[in-house]
Design a protein around this ligand. Structure first.
Ligand SMILES: *Cc1c(COP(=O)(O)O)cnc(C)c1O
Length: 374
C-alpha cells in the first residue's frame, strides 16, 4: 500500500507554528494596550514597509483591492478615462474601474515573463489613456523601464499592481517606487501576508499619500469633519503588528522561494512537454507562484492532486474573457499569449516552508506523470 503524501500549495500552518512565539507576543502586546484601530503598530509598519520598498510613504488600507481603488480615486480619474492593464491577472486588477466610470483596456502578456507586453501597450495608447497598470505577475516585475518611458512620453500615470511581488527588483530598484504609486496586498497567502485581509499603498508623492489616507478614513479632516466622501478601509492594528513581525523575515523567505524555484528549474529541465518559468532581463523574481506550462495541464493537475500534491491554476480565464467583462466586447483570440497561458499554466507548491524532500516529491510525481504518458 502506498502512503499518500499531502503537500499543500502554500503551507500557512507550518509558518504559523514556526513563528508562534513571536506572533503570540504581538497579540499579548496588543491585548495589553487594547489599541485596535490605528496606533503605533500601524505607523511603525507603514514606516518600515515604505523603507523596505525604497518609497517615501506607505498608507495601510483594508486589502489590496482597496489599495488599487483608492490610488485611482485619489488620482482623480474621470468617467471616460482609460487605463491599460494586463489581461492575465486576478480580477481585482480590473474590477475597480467600473465604479469610477473608468474604462479598462486590456493588453496581452509578453510570453517570456507573463507580464504586460509594453510594445502592445504602446499601440493601445489613445487620447483617453490616463494610466498604465502593470501587474508583477507570479512575483516577477513587469518591464518597468519600457513602461516608465511610455508613461513619461505620453504623460500617463504609472501604477504598479505589486500584490504578488513584495521585494522583487527591477534594475536593482525594488518594486513599489517606480511610478506614482503601487498597490500591495497582504492577503494571507501573499509573500508578505497578514492573518486576514490587509493592503498597502507605497508612493513618493506626499500629497497623494495624504489624499489616499483621507479617502481611506471617511474623507476625514478631524474626527467629525469630512472634506470629501471617503470609505472605511484601514489596515487593522492587529494585522499591522503581525506584518511588522513578518517583514523582518521577508528577504529570507524570498531567498528560500528562489532556492526552491532553482531546484525545480534544474530538476524539471529535461521534460520536453514542460515549459518552466523564465526570468526577463534586469530583474529579480520572488516566486509568489512557480508556474509551469504544459499542453497536458488538466491531466497533470488531476494526477498531482490524486497523489496528494496540491497544484492550482492561476488563472484559468484571462480577464478579457471573464463574464464580468463581457460588456467590453472582447472575443476569444484577442490576446493569444494570455489565452494559451490560461489553458496551459499550472502552479506547483512553493512557499518558504516547503522542505527539500517535499520539493523532491513534487518533482518525482511530475516526472512519473510524463513517464506514464505515450
Ligand atoms: C491578491 C491580488 C490583488 C488583491 O488583493 P486583495 O488583498 O485580495 O484584495 C490584486 N491584484 C493581484 C495581482 C493579486 O494577486
Amino acid at each position: 500500500m502506498t502512503v499518500k503524501t499531502s503537500i499543500p500549495l502554500v503551507n500557512l500552518q507550518r509558518q504559523a507554528q514556526t513563528y508562534r512565539d513571536a506572533f503570540q507576543a504581538s497579540f499579548t502586546a496588543l491585548l495589553n494596550k487594547a489599541d485596535f484601530i490605528g496606533g503605533a503598530s500601524v505607523e511603525q509598519f507603514e514606516k518600515a514597509f515604505a523603507q523596505y520598498c525604497g518609497a517615501q510613504h506607505c498608507v495601510g488600507v483594508g486589502n489590496g483591492t482597496d489599495a488599487l481603488y483608492l490610488i485611482f480615486k485619489a488620482l482623480g480619474l474621470q468617467p471616460g478615462d482609460e487605463v491599460i492593464t494586463c489581461t492575465m491577472s486576478f480580477i481585482a486588477t480590473a474590477e475597480i474601474f467600473a465604479p469610477l466610470g473608468v474604462k479598462v483596456v486590456f493588453a496581452d502578456i509578453d510570453p517570456l515573463t507573463y507580464t504586460l507586453d509594453a510594445a502592445q501597450v504602446a499601440r493601445l495608447i489613445t487620447e483617453k489613456t490616463k494610466a498604465l497598470l502593470p501587474v508583477h505577475l507570479y512575483g516577477q516585475p513587469a518591464d518597468l523601464a519600457a513602461l516608465q518611458q511610455l508613461a513619461t512620453q505620453h504623460g500617463l500615470f504609472l501604477i504598479e499592481d505589486a500584490a504578488q511581488a513584495h521585494g522583487a527588483e527591477f534594475a536593482g530598484q525594488r518594486i513599489g517606487s517606480w511610478g506614482q504609486a503601487a498597490a500591495f496586498s497582504f492577503y494571507p497567502g501573499k509573500n508578505l501576508g497578514a492573518f486576514g485581509d490587509g493592503g498597502g499603498i507605497t508612493t513618493n508623492d506626499a500629497e497623494l499619500a495624504h489624499k489616499i489616507r483621507m479617502l481611506a478614513n471617511h474623507g476625514r479632516l478631524t474626527k467629525y469633519e469630512h472634506a470629501v466622501e471617503g470609505v472605511n478601509s484601514r489596515l487593522d492594528t492587529v494585522q499591522a503588528s503581525i506584518l511588522l513581525t513578518k517583514l523582518g523575515h521577508l528577504d529570507a523567505w524570498n531567498a528560500r522561494r528562489n532556492e526552491i524555484a532553482a531546484f525545480y528549474n534544474h530538476a524539471l529541465s529535461d521534460l520536453p512537454d514542460l515549459k518552466l518559468p523564465q526570468l526577463g532581463a534586469n530583474r529579480t523574481h520572488v516566486f509568489h507562484l512557480y508556474v509551469v506550462q504544459t499542453a497536458q495541464r488538466d491531466a497533470l493537475l488531476q494526477f498531482l492532486n490524486g497523489q496528494g500534491i496540491q497544484a492550482a491554476i492561476h488563472y484559468p480565464i484571462p480577464l478579457h474573457l471573464q463574464p464580468a467583462f463581457a460588456y467590453l466586447g472582447y472575443q476569444a483570440g484577442a490576446f493569444p499569449h494570455a489565452e494559451t497561458l490560461s489553458q496551459q499554466c499550472l502552479s506547483l507548491p512553493i512557499c518558504p516552508e516547503l522542505t527539500m524532500s517535499e520539493a523532491e516529491e513534487v518533482v518525482r510525481t511530475v516526472k512519473a506523470f510524463f513517464e506514464s504518458r505515450p
